[in-house]
Structure formats: structure tokens, C-alpha cells
Design a protein around this ligand. Structure first.
Ligand SMILES: Cc1cc2nc3c(=O)[nH]c(=O)nc-3n(C[C@H](O)[C@H](O)[C@H](O)COP(=O)(O)O)c2cc1C
Length: 138
């Protein structure tokens, strides 16, 4: 809506590429959840909408995850949302739970960012990326 998550996702993608990872960046509204198994890892970045809901643009992707066995695909979840709302970052929680119940392997604690990311938030984003890379280099 304001471009915060786009900015965060692009920052993380650039960071991972600087560490020699090959990254595919896709908006969830265009992404096919059934293609996740073609990748070594998945990182979901989501905002939260009305009363703690998964955004409309992400709903189809989210629903499809119910029907997928992720076969221990490594994953992490992050997102900017707002503490001005009662259910702060609840969509991050929903994705984290869904990816775990679809047999993904969570390799980093989920990161919730309040509105615009500050320097400390960018550090948390890089740390999340480091955990994903570390899990792949085992
Ligand atoms: C109508 C509306 C409802 C929202 N509901 C929530 C909410 O329930 N929980 C939350 O944490 N943030 C909520 N937000 C805040 C957004 O998630 C936040 O502004 C986010 O940073 C937007 O990210 P984006 O710029 O990438 O779209 C809401 C925002 C709007 C406009």
C-alpha cells in the first residue's frame, strides 16, 4: 500500500545477492505457491490488513499453501505492519503457522517491523537473511 514491504523485500534480495545467493523476487499476487518446491528456500514478506488479516493480494497464495507438502523447504517470514492496529503484524504469524503446518522448515524467527524500517530493523532483516543462507550452506 505504501511501498514499505516492497522496499524491505528489495533490500533483503540485494543483501542476499551480495552474499552470492540467486534470488527470485515475486509479488504474492502473481506468485504460484505450487512452484515453491522448485526453490531451496522461501522468504515471505507481508503487510497485515483489516483487523489482523492476510492481505487480499496474498490470500490465494496463502490458501494454496494448505494443499502443499513443502517437504521441509526452508523458510522465513517478515513484514512491516503497524502498531497503531490491535493485531500487530498478525499476517506474519499466520504465514509462519501455515508454512510450518505445510511441512516447511522454519530457519529464522519471524521479524515484525513497525511501519517504516529503521537501522535496527534493517539489521534484523539482514540477520534473518543470514539464517536462511546458513541453513542452505550446511
Ligand atoms: C485499512 C488498513 C488496515 C490495517 N490493518 C492492520 C492490522 O490489522 N494490523 C497491523 O499490524 N497493521 C495494519 N495495517 C497497517 C499496514 O500493515 C502497514 O501500514 C504496512 O506497513 C503497509 O505496508 P505496505 O506499504 O508494504 O503495504 C493496516 C493498514 C490499513 C490501511
Amino acid at each position: 500500500m505504501t511501498g514499505r514491504n516492497k522496499k524491505i523485500a528489495e533490500y533483503l534480495a540485494n543483501y542476499l545477492e551480495s552474499k552470492k545467493a540467486e534470488v527470485t523476487l515475486q509479488e504474492m499476487v502473481d506468485a504460484d505457491a505450487f512452484e515453491i518446491l522448485n526453490y531451496d528456500a522461501l522468504i515471505v514478506d507481508t503487510y497485515t490488513y483489516h483487523d489482523g488479516e492476510v492481505p487480499d493480494e496474498a490470500q490465494d497464495f496463502y490458501d494454496d499453501l494448505k494443499d502443499i507438502d513443502l517437504e521441509k523447504t526452508k523458510f522465513a517470514v517478515l513484514g512491516s505492519s503497524s502498531k497503531e492496529h490491535l493485531h500487530f503484524g498478525r499476517a506474519v504469524d499466520y504465514f509462519t503457522m501455515m508454512l510450518n503446518s505445510s511441512n516447511g522448515e522454519q530457519v529464522a524467527d519471524s521479524v515484525k517491523i513497525n511501519q517504516d524500517p529503521d537501522e535496527d530493523d534493517f539489521k534484523r532483516v539482514r540477520t534473518l537473511g543470514d539464517y536462511v543462507l546458513k541453513s542452505l550452506n550446511k
